[in-house]
Design a protein around this ligand. Structure first.
Ligand SMILES: Cc1cc2nc3c(=O)[nH]c(=O)nc-3n(C[C@H](O)[C@H](O)[C@H](O)COP(=O)(O)OP(=O)(O)OC[C@H]3O[C@@H](n4cnc5c(N)ncnc54)[C@H](O)[C@@H]3O)c2cc1C
Length: 485
């Protein structure tokens, strides 16, 4: 099978790796830079990622599962460490019951309200549309606690408390496994999760029970486990940071590829081939023109290419503009309405290191996520220097440096390097009512990327979508082989 992959970011390249190893001919199109957001750039001896990164769901998560199966080696990940919040001092972000009741970050009265509300929500259940804001309003938290949750929401979903579903906070905190939520997301999109091949590898009966019970009841039924996690400080997640920066994930994929072709061209149109002759289903046809057997024509400014299968890993909100295929036009409005958030990252090279610990911190008054990546790998900065990364939500370049100076009490006139980046971390914010494309559009057309799966974040979310695509792809491909026998 000849497979065209549009976009050479994590999701496109992981798809390319897996499908090439499964014996297909793969052609990747990239309009800008290979790696997309999963790469690092080197300036003045500093190696910085596109945005501050932590790799979520690392142990036995989708990225490592795919790499273990298809790549030649695994990148070297270091444990990520803890998350802190900086107010007058640095405190661990409270997640478990004990942490919430002892943290200085939350006012005394609010601690009792929050812990009892979390236990209440876990035992009585809540609706899928319940926002974090509704709960905060209900228990009448102080402005201080409200701002704390608002910032956490921005980092978990890309949106504020009003637009962030409560389940996102619960999965982000590690109380609820991501897979317990996903059947409802797809049911909402009028896709029957039980018919999806992805769920065949999970426990189908469990999924059926979750669906039959409804969201509210299934949260109630899971309450014993969820409460255990909350009380015992356990988490459903594990996180890490790759030595060499996120570029080393990209390098691992690229070094593991054998004969894949990469075209540095922008795809403008994907059309169905009018001359398509489905030789695979019609054994009597003896077409002499090879391209007649290909279903799709991929058009760029430079050329036209033919492919049996398309995997689209670029932002899916642009898909309706570049292809007329019926299944895409049917969801045109949903795709075009996908919401996302932009982020500003500032990288600073400095001889001082005010973030001298393994882990990262958030700031509340000016929502920011900060870490020192050279703490994980000193080779990311020149000898004797440190590489500090700050990703802001809703902040302007002009203000960012002042905020950093004031917060960390550091003089940026002495900085060795300052570099700004503006990117969209995920193609779909995990907001209430958000549409996520399901990776299988038809047997020979798939979508992957951070707008094709609601679970987890960034690279992990992109990897989840690739796993679903691969599972659906194999299902369709095996059916076709069986039908043609
Ligand atoms: C500030 C910031 C912080 C982040 N933090 C984290 C984090 O902590 N953890 C984490 O896991 N992730 C994080 N990420 C996000 C993560 O890196 C991305 O979500 C992930 O790499 C996305 O992969 P993708 O393949 O879905 O998309 P992309 O990387 O966007 O790849 C899509 C590719 O398609 C190409 N393309 C688009 N249109 C076309 C076309 N018409 N023809 C050809 N090519 C096309 C693009 O140029 C791009 O290279 C962060 C990102 C940012 C910006």
């Amino acid at each position: 099978m000849k497979i065209a992959i549009v976009g050479g970011g994590t999701s496109g390249l992981l798809s390319a790796l897996a499908l090439e190893k499964e014996g297909h001919e793969v052609l990747v199109f990239e309009k800008n830079i290979i790696g997309g957001l999963c790469r690092s750039e080197t300036i003045d001896g500093y190696t910085m990622d596109i945005g501050v990164h932590a790799i979520t769901m690392l142990n036995d998560g989708p990225l490592v599962r795919i790499l273990k199966k298809y790549s030649n080696y695994l990148p070297n990940f270091r444990p990520y460490g803890d998350y802190y919040v900086r107010t007058d001092d640095l405190y661990r972000i409270p997640v478990s019951m004990q942490e919430i009741t002892t943290t200085p970050v939350i006012p005394k009265l609010d601690k009792v309200l929050i812990t009892s509300k979390i236990l209440d929500l876990m035992t009585s259940g809540f609706s899928k549309e319940t926002s974090v804001y509704e709960v905060i309003q209900d228990i009448n938290l102080s402005d201080e606690s409200y701002n704390f949750f608002d910032t956490i929401c921005y980092f978990l979903s890309g949106e504020n408390t009003k637009k962030t579903p409560l389940w996102r906070l619960f999965t982000g905190a590690g109380y609820i496994p991501e897979d317990d939520i996903i059947p409802f997301i797809y049911k909402d999109l009028k896709i029957n999760p039980l018919k999806l091949s992805i769920f065949k590898k999970f426990n189908r009966n469990r999924i059926k029970k979750i669906l039959d019970d409804g969201f509210l009841v299934s949260i109630k039924h899971g309450s014993k486990n969820y409460i255990n996690k909350f009380v015992n400080k356990d988490r459903y997640w594990s996180q890490g940071y790759p030595m060499g920066g996120v570029q080393s994930i990209l390098n691992c994929i690229l070094y593991s590829l054998d004969k894949i072709q990469i075209k540095m061209e922008e795809v403008n149109k994907i059309v169905e081939n009018n001359n398509y002759n489905n030789k695979r289903n019609n054994k009597n046809t003896k077409s002499k023109i090879l391209n007649k057997n290909k279903r799709y024509i991929i058009k760029t400014d430079k050329n036209e290419y033919y492919a049996d299968i398309v995997i689209y890993s670029a932002p899916s909100r642009y898909l309706p503009d570049i292809t007329n295929i019926e299944e895409i036009q049917n969801i045109k409005n949903d795709l075009k309405n996908i919401k996302y958030t932009k982020s500003l990252t500032v990288w600073i090279g400095h001889s001082e290191n005010p973030l001298n610990y393994i882990g990262s911190e958030i700031w509340i008054d000016y929502p920011c996520w900060a870490t020192c990546t050279s703490n994980y790998d000193k080779n990311l900065a020149p000898n004797g220097k440190h590489l500090l990364g700050f990703s802001f939500v809703n902040e302007k370049k002009e203000n960012a440096l002042n905020i950093i100076e004031n917060k960390l009490n550091i003089n940026l006139d002495n900085a060795d390097m300052i570099h700004f980046q503006e990117y969209i971390p995920e193609q779909a914010s995990c907001a209430i009512g958000q549409f996520f494309a399901y990776p299988k559009i038809r047997d020979d057309f798939y979508i992957v990327g951070t707008d094709a799966d609601p679970r987890s974040m960034g690279i992990t979310r992109a990897s989840y979508s690739v796993e679903v695509m691969l599972s659906e792809f194999k299902n369709s491909f095996n059916n076709e082989i069986t039908n043609n026998k």
